[in-house]
Design a binder for this molecule. Structure first.
Ligand code: BG6
Length: 469
């Protein structure tokens, strides 16, 4: 069957500064949290690869922009590396060399017909701010972030029309602060919730600034946040499983989506934190700022749904509270899986969340900011000419696009799909293990870029305005 591209629908790809740029031009003391994580334990990163070189985008961005044009990519989302861009994290003074780099990247994208989409933090919190203030645990860092955002708007606001405050803001607090599996390896639920809250507050302050600030030209664009909201399905319709799904939705979705889009935290959230002895520092004046400054757009990263059930074993009260007290995953049997990542593939999840946004979030304009399939050892799929035959990725994207476009037909306000990602790149700890790109990075061949079969498929889809599936 043929599926036609909806009108004014943006097709493109995503990446992040720290996952592509490499450390060229970075000065001592300019580490991001992820740079620090890599320096702290490089052996934990798959085959020792990390942000140090990444895809060498810093030196090769012109080549990459030309390749985007050749593939028909119409929008490219990346981030600014806060730790590189700002010279003095407390005053917001800009590092001129870095400013020139980001300005040139934006110009190069536009020159190649690619809409630049900029995210202000894809986990590039300066490690200095973590060490000095405790990172997002501190209100001081919110203020540093606002100064950074102002500098970024001032530099690029005349050319960038889509801004995002954070990428997947919940991930670092969850994995680094609450569960202790990522640097800085903490296990403190209260602190993790404080990080989450301050990122919501920082978002509202950046939104306000973006809407109000006058830099001598009109900003005229839109600003939002990128969430990897959990698309939750209960195992059964039993009251306990339904309640488990509700709690997962609360802690992995609504603690960001509700305040950022609708202006208010879910009523039960603070009461639950209080009940479990981990209430955070919240001020009435801050809640007023959050209420008054909802985002214009939402970015949604979707890879896999969350299937949950009620917990069977009782929580041990001697152990610190963790929201997972309320819900648990269950063994997935008979579902379509991506074996490299251990994630279920469920394209309809995208449609289902589109309907949630339509019905519960005022049909906010939104864009898929990540979606894709990470596959290990893709070399085994190379044909004799050396082109990776990634039919699995083509099927993955096609299936997700058709569900997404069905949602658009039914009134969802989705205006685009950005594939994760354009070229393969470095992920936290997994590094280059799971490859996601339309374009391969040949690590063993000077990081040569080579278009995969999916890249050619994408190119054809863009020029035909449709695909068969
Ligand atoms: C997303 C992140 O959640 O997952 C990306 O926003 C990350 O930064 C991607 O690279 C894939 O991660 P992984 O671990 O499967 O390589």
């Amino acid at each position: 069957m043929k599926y036609y591209l909806p009108k004014n629908f943006m097709l493109g790809a995503s990446a992040a500064a720290w996952q592509t740029e490499g450390w060229t031009g970075k000065k001592p003391g300019q580490d991001s949290l992820l740079d620090a994580a890599y320096k702290y334990s490089p052996e934990r990163w798959h085959e020792g690869y990390g942000p140090a070189v990444a895809t060498d985008f810093y030196n090769r961005y012109k080549e990459d922009c030309a390749l985007m044009k050749a593939l028909g990519i119409k929008a490219y989302r990346t981030s600014i590396d806060w730790s590189r861009f700002i010279q003095n994290y407390e005053t917001g003074e800009v590092n001129e060399e870095a400013a020139q780099f980001y300005s040139k990247v934006v110009d190069e994208l536009i020159k190649n017909g690619v809409e630049p989409i900029i995210c202000l933090e894809h986990w590039e919190l300066p490690n200095y701010l973590y060490e000095k203030y405790g990172g997002w645990n501190s209100k001081q860092v919110v203020e540093c972030y606002v100064k950074y955002a102002a500098a970024a708007f001032k530099l690029l606001g005349d050319r960038v029309r889509y801004w995002f405050t954070f990428n997947e803001p919940i991930v670092f607090p969850l994995l680094g602060i609450m569960e202790g599996v990522w640097y800085p390896y903490k296990a403190d639920t209260r602190e993790a919730m404080q990080w989450n809250y301050h990122k919501v507050l920082a978002t509202a302050k950046a939104v306000k600034l973006y809407h109000e600030q006058d830099y001598g030209y009109k900003q005229g664009g839109k600003i939002g946040i990128i969430l990897n909201s959990a698309v939750v399905y209960p195992r059964s319709q039993s009251a306990d499983d339904l309640q488990a799904a509700k709690m997962c939705d609360l802690f992995e979705n609504r603690i960001y989506a509700d305040p950022c889009i609708n202006g208010e935290f879910p009523a039960e959230y603070f009461a639950l934190l209080e009940q479990h002895g981990c209430m955070i520092d919240v001020e009435a004046a801050e809640l007023a700022i959050i209420k008054a400054n909802p985002v214009d757009v939402l970015g949604f990263n979707y890879y896999t749904p969350k299937r949950v059930k009620a917990r069977t074993a009782a929580w041990n009260p001697a152990v610190k509270f963790n929201p997972r007290y309320y819900y648990d995953d269950y063994e997935l049997q008979g579902r379509k899986m991506n074996p490299s990542r251990g994630w279920e593939i469920y394209a309809k999840g995208l449609y289902d969340y589109a309907m949630v946004l339509k019905n519960e979030y005022n049909n906010i304009p939104w864009i898929v900011t990540e979606n894709g399939m990470g596959v290990a050892e893709e070399n085994r799929y190379k044909d004799t000419a050396g082109v990776i035959q990634d039919d699995y990725r083509i099927n993955y994207v096609a299936d997700h696009l058709r569900w997404l476009w069905k949602a658009v037909e039914e009134g969802s306000n989705c205006f685009g799909h950005l594939m994760w990602n354009f070229t393969d790149n470095v992920s936290p700890y997994n590094a280059f293990k799971n490859r996601y790109g339309y374009v391969e990075i040949e690590l063993e061949n000077n990081r040569n870029r080579r278009i995969k079969k999916s890249g050619y498929w994408f190119q054809k889809m863009v020029s035909d305005g449709c695909f068969d599936f």
